[in-house]
Write a protein that binds this ligand. Structure first.
Ligand SMILES: *Cc1c(COP(=O)(O)O)cnc(C)c1O
Length: 476
């Protein structure tokens, strides 16, 4: 199949890479301060000395060396790399969207109205009675949700007794981390041979020490937990709460609701379900929804419609604040715009197409795909090949590879989620990339060859990151 070549910029002064702006021309500017402590000031500052075209070219080159959802398909399972429609960016860029968080309530009624509406939309989509928009990411939502669960047990006089949170072995790493950060012992739950929650193992794991069970449905294999009502009964009968990890909500929109399945708390990854950009360390949002019983514990402030308009209030037994202001407003505004533009029918249709696309792609590739039928994602196995090498090789075909080596229940896992935004043509191109790599094992040794950066040591990159020019230059 046709390959793909990423841009490589051979700047002789920078070892073949596009240099940083700070490494290009620099100039020294004299500065004068008045009234600042002398030990905190300096006489001059060194700044990049570039013309506008040079700066514009720098960023254009970087974008051509990069790969994103605007370059091609991005089937990173569980992450749900949805296309981010540009109209939401236009709305968030309007001057009227820039509201100072400390303005008086009566002067920001429109903003508060949008908050209240979004709380309501998310509540209705998830089947939850109350929603907070504060947490800045899915993982932060998990942590907030577990703090709410802890406050609830504490209020019931069971705080000391309920010390455990149960998490399935196939769960996302953040579930384990959130429970542990909130002070709980984490109990890992094995799966059955068909990839679902093992009811017997669950029954023997729950008891008077159980604070909560954290679950996503469909699970990380893309499989629906058919026994969810029984699971909910087992946990509730023991006095525990059921937490829903919303990363896979893209599979359910308008078709099923976590609240109706018996979940008490859930988070929404708005960047996975409602087409806001992935934070990548930048601003994100991970609202949580809860049942009426848990609403008094939500973070403060909440927004509601009072007799004189929209107002802020502190829930009666609030766990306090989990983020500045009321959350990352512009991300939430994009979420609101996306939900309004699609409407009930559009959201339902997006989910149906996400599920159809995943099942079509799974049926088109030559690799072994255990389990199924799937919802919005599936996990293929690279078999005897190393899944990470397999993924690097796919890059040479101009597509982004799937998530690798997780969940561990499938050997050399390739966790694939095409999302609803891809056409049949694009899915066929993805399938061809899978098959081309599977057919050419020799290529795996030297891949990727056609990318702007070659095989990266991702373990060192994650463990000893050097994220700034200063960090880089200090170590050399
Ligand atoms: C992405 C993800 C999370 C964490 O969400 P963030 O918004 O990235 O913090 C949690 N659980 C699952 C299953 C996920 O895929």
């Amino acid at each position: 199949m046709a390959g793909h070549q990423q841009a490589v910029w051979n700047d002789p002064e920078s070892d073949g890479y596009e240099p940083l702006l700070a490494e290009k021309d620099r100039t020294t500017v004299d500065v004068e301060y008045d009234g600042l402590p002398e030990d905190l000031t300096r006489d001059s500052i060194s700044l990049p000395a570039l013309s506008e075209p040079e700066a514009a070219r720098h960023y254009t080159r970087l974008s051509q060396m990069n790969y994103g959802i605007d370059s091609g398909p991005y089937p990173l399972g569980s992450c749900t790399m949805k296309y981010n429609p540009k109209f939401t960016e236009d709305i968030a860029a309007r001057a009227s969207a820039a509201v100072h968080p400390d303005r008086l309530e009566e002067s920001v009624q429109g903003t508060l109205q949008l908050y209240a509406e979004l709380q309501d939309y998310l509540g209705r989509i998830g089947g939850m009675d109350a929603v907070t928009l504060q947490p800045p990411a899915g993982a932060a939502g998990e942590f907030t949700g577990i703090l709410v669960a802890a406050a609830y047990h504490e209020r019931n006089g069971e705080g000391d007794e309920r010390t455990e949170v149960i998490v399935p072995a196939s769960a996302h790493g953040t579930n384990f981390a959130s429970a542990a950060m909130a002070g709980y012992d984490v109990v890992e739950l094995p799966a059955t041979d068909d990839g679902r929650v093992d009811l017997e193992a669950l029954s023997s794991a729950v008891g008077s020490e159980t604070a909560a069970l954290m679950l996503t449905n469909p699970n990380t294999l893309g499989l629906f937990e058919r026994d969810i009502e029984e699971i909910a009964d087992i946990v509730h009968d023991a006095g525990g709460l059921l937490y829903y990890d919303g990363a896979n909500l893209n599979a359910l929109l308008g078709h099923a609701r976590p609240g109706d399945m018996g979940f008490d708390i859930m988070h929404y990854n708005v960047h996975k379900t409602f087409a806001t950009p992935h934070g990548g360390g930048g601003p994100g949002a991970g609202p949580i929804g809860v049942t009426e019983e848990l609403a008094p514990f939500l973070p403060s402030p909440q927004v509601r419609q009072g007799s004189d308009g929209y107002e802020l209030f502190e829930p009666s037994e609030s766990i306090g604040k989990v983020h500045g202001a009321m959350g990352n407003w512009l991300v939430l505004l994009k979420t609101h715009a996306y939900i309004r533009r699609l409407g009930d029918e559009g959201l339902e249709d997006a989910s149906a197409k996400a599920v159809l696309n995943a099942n079509y792609l799974a049926s088109q590739i030559d690799l072994e795909v255990p389990f199924g039928p799937f919802h919005h994602e599936f996990v293929a196995s690279a078999g005897d090949l190393d899944a990470a090498d397999f993924a690097k090789c796919m890059l040479d075909f101009g597509v982004h590879p799937p998530t690798t080596k997780w969940p561990e229940i499938v050997p050399e896992a390739l966790m694939t989620e095409p999302t609803e935004a891809e056409s049949k043509r694009s899915l066929d191109r993805l399938a061809a990339a899978f098959d081309a790599v599977a057919d050419d094992e020799d290529a795996l040794e030297s891949a990727p060859e056609r990318t702007s950066a070659r095989y990266i040591d991702q373990t060192s990159a994650a463990r000893t990151p050097r994220l700034s020019w200063h960090a880089l230059s200090d170590t050399e």
